[in-house]
Design a protein around this ligand. Structure first.
Ligand code: MG
Length: 275
């Protein structure tokens, strides 16, 4: 039967197979602080994670702080209504509400929502705290909670603080850990077993060679926070693995692989008689 395939069909088949194999290298979407730019949602809310899960994208990012009594909470800013999260105990925060009326989420509540859809990776950013001791305590508490829920392979860690990244690597050598601060070349991070860069897109615009360098070292490349279609296309063409965005719907649409168009009739391909 194979011998009946005409040359044109064979070329189409090869193009299709090549397109499918490229899917594995496609740039993927991560919702920045969840999918919050929609009805009923708010940044870093449980709803924002649930809505990101419904989008069927690679992952959902969120920010973690630890209170003085060791409770891990989800919020971007370090201060809520004048209270510095890392300097107060949880009792002072537990009645605080997000913009959509939800209570300030605990990391554990976030993980429980995450478990409902195992395909969606949870991109956990641990914020820099004001002492190394607090940061090490926070990393240990995060890993302990992740282990309690058996979620090691669904979580990826990111941080602006190199020491936090190193501590995650120390406690879970197989963890996916990426550094956010944009000031180190991939090879410098690889040397200390950090396996991803997650930099502002302007850093990669200035250091194009870092994408190839990371790829050769089998490291991942993520960029933040890309909200324009043009920059999404530019970053995809540059070959990054992930784009972190406030507009995951636009990003998903922009990155969608285009179907391979069949040759138009009258194309210059020579017609071959079927045998
Ligand atoms: Mg963040």
């Amino acid at each position: 039967m194979f011998y009946n395939i005409r040359n044109r069909d064979l070329i189409l088949l090869i193009v299709s197979v090549l397109s499918l194999s490229n899917l594995h290298a496609q740039t993927k979407v991560i919702a920045h602080r969840g999918y919050w730019n929609c009805e009923g949602s708010a940044q870093n809310s449980i709803t924002s994670l649930q809505k990101a899960q419904e989008l069927n994208i690679y992952g959902s990012e969120f920010d973690v702080w630890m209170t003085t009594d060791g409770v891990l909470v989800i919020n971007h800013d370090g201060v809520i209504d004048g209270l510095k999260i890392e300097d107060v105990d949880y009792a002072q925060l537990k009645e605080k509400l997000l913009k959509n009326g939800e209570k300030l989420p605990l990391l554990e509540e976030y993980l429980l929502q995450g478990k409902k859809e195992r395909k969606t990776r949870l991109i956990l950013e641990l914020k820099p705290h004001n002492s190394k001791e607090k940061e090490e305590r926070a990393v240990a508490a995060v890993v302990k909670l992740v282990d309690k829920h058996n979620m090691r392979r669904q979580i990826e860690y990111i941080s602006f603080r190199l020491g936090i990244c190193k501590e995650f690597v120390r406690l879970d050598r197989k963890a996916k850990v990426a550094y956010l601060n944009g000031d180190l070349a991939p090879k410098e991070l690889k040397a200390i077993h950090i396996n991803g860069i997650d930099y502002h897109y302007t850093v990669l615009q200035k250091n194009r060679a870092w994408v190839d360098e990371a790829r050769k070292l089998k490291m991942t490349v993520n960029v933040w926070t890309v909200n324009s279609k043009e920059i999404m296309q530019e970053m995809m063409a540059a070959g990054v693995d992930f784009i972190t965005t406030d507009d995951p719907v636009l990003c998903k649409e922009t990155l969608r692989p285009k179907p391979v168009a069949p040759p138009r009739s009258g194309s210059p391909l020579p017609a071959q008689p079927a045998r």
